[in-house]
Design a protein around this ligand. Structure first.
Ligand code: ZN
Ligand code: ZN
Length: 333
């Protein structure tokens, strides 16, 4: 194995370079993986511009990935060289009260792969074995990097019990919003409607089974929703999402907003309608379930991948991922 590899390195001030870096070695309890593909997501765009709180720089981005184990460190027993694996990118401390409750996504010392420690936009990536999951060989290389974002959708809907019987409006038909549509249809939920400005994304939503997809909340045929999911992170959409809620309505905030963004809150509306505002951060412990469900759902979910770039063209992948006409952009190593 050569001592250097190609990797993308972000400086946290908007810069990202494809360069030679040392190949990571598997320390005790760690595993080195050769990624087969990495999804680009909104978090990466925030991270690279320096607008994401957990970022530690310089860092190799890439947290939505799967690949083949290339080396195992001493004490690793759960996987072997050559195994096909996926990774829950949240490295948690295992000792704080949130970890004790199983809410590892809220760990006080969380160090996400591809954010605080080097990620997968590289020929190799090293991660602790406890976040590595063996994958079924039935899951395609294109679908496997979608397990992580789909796990975020499973977690978000677990945050709103009884969601299947309710009227749901999803704001934003990027990959997360569209994954919610795929899940709702797979679960035979009452119905999901989409509010999305971009016509390409609206068409994708209808193709995947949304009951309607419109550009403004006023155009929806349902006036009041039980659940509104924000998958945009944009204050105007979040404000519209709260306004669309009926009595006992629940807002699920899973879009990543800028830490400095704010939305006007109307306390009378929260009181009078008994509205709940529910945050959903990352994937908690849903990676394993998501990997299982990917076997059956990969047909629909992998349609969300609209462009793939080689590692050397990561900057183009980022630029294209920022365009509203793309859904999910991937990088192959
Ligand atoms: Zn992501
Ligand atoms: Zn912890």
């Amino acid at each position: 194995m050569s001592r250097v590899m190609r990797a993308a390195v972000a400086d946290g001030r908007g810069g990202v370079q494809i360069t030679d870096v040392p190949v990571p070695q598997a320390a005790e309890g760690w595993v080195v993986i050769a990624p087969v593909g990495t999804g680009v997501c909104g978090t990466d765009l925030h991270l690279i511009s320096g607008d994401y709180p957990h970022g530690r720089f310089p860092v190799v981005p890439g947290h939505e990935f799967a690949g083949y184990v290339s080396q195992v460190g001493p004490g690793v027993s759960s996987v072997r060289e050559g195994d096909y694996v996926g990774v829950n990118p949240n490295v948690s401390c295992g000792a704080c009260r949130w970890c004790a409750r199983g809410a590892t996504n809220l760990c006080v010392d969380i160090r996400p792969v591809g954010v605080a420690i080097d990620g997968s936009v590289a020929e190799f990536v090293a991660v602790p074995q406890r976040i590595v999951f063996p994958l079924s060989s039935a899951i395609s290389h294109r679908a496997a990097p979608l397990i992580e974002p789909f796990a975020c959708v499973l977690h978000a809907l677990e945050r709103v019990p009884d969601w299947r019987d309710q009227e749901i409006a999803v704001f934003g038909a990027g990959s997360i919003g569209l994954m919610a549509v795929v899940l709702a249809r797979a679960e035979k939920a009452a119905g999901v409607r989409i509010v999305e400005l971009n016509p390409v994304r609206r068409a994708a939503a209808v193709e995947l089974g949304a009951l309607e997809a419109v550009s403004s909340v006023d155009e929806l045929s349902v006036a009041e929703f039980d659940i509104a999911i924000d998958a945009t992170g944009h204050p105007a959409a979040i404000d519209a999402a709260v306004s669309a809620l009926g009595k006992r309505g629940r807002l699920v905030q899973m879009g990543v907003a800028s830490p400095s963004a704010s939305v006007p809150l109307r306390p009378y509306e929260v009181f009078a309608k008994e509205i709940s505002i529910i945050g959903s951060n990352s994937l908690a412990e849903k990676y394993g379930e998501s990997a299982e469900r990917m076997v059956d759902l990969q047909g629909d979910l992998s349609r969300l991948v609209t462009a793939t770039f080689p590692l050397e063209e990561y900057e183009s992948a980022l630029a294209v991922a920022a365009s509203a006409d793309q859904i999910k952009v991937q990088v192959s190593s």
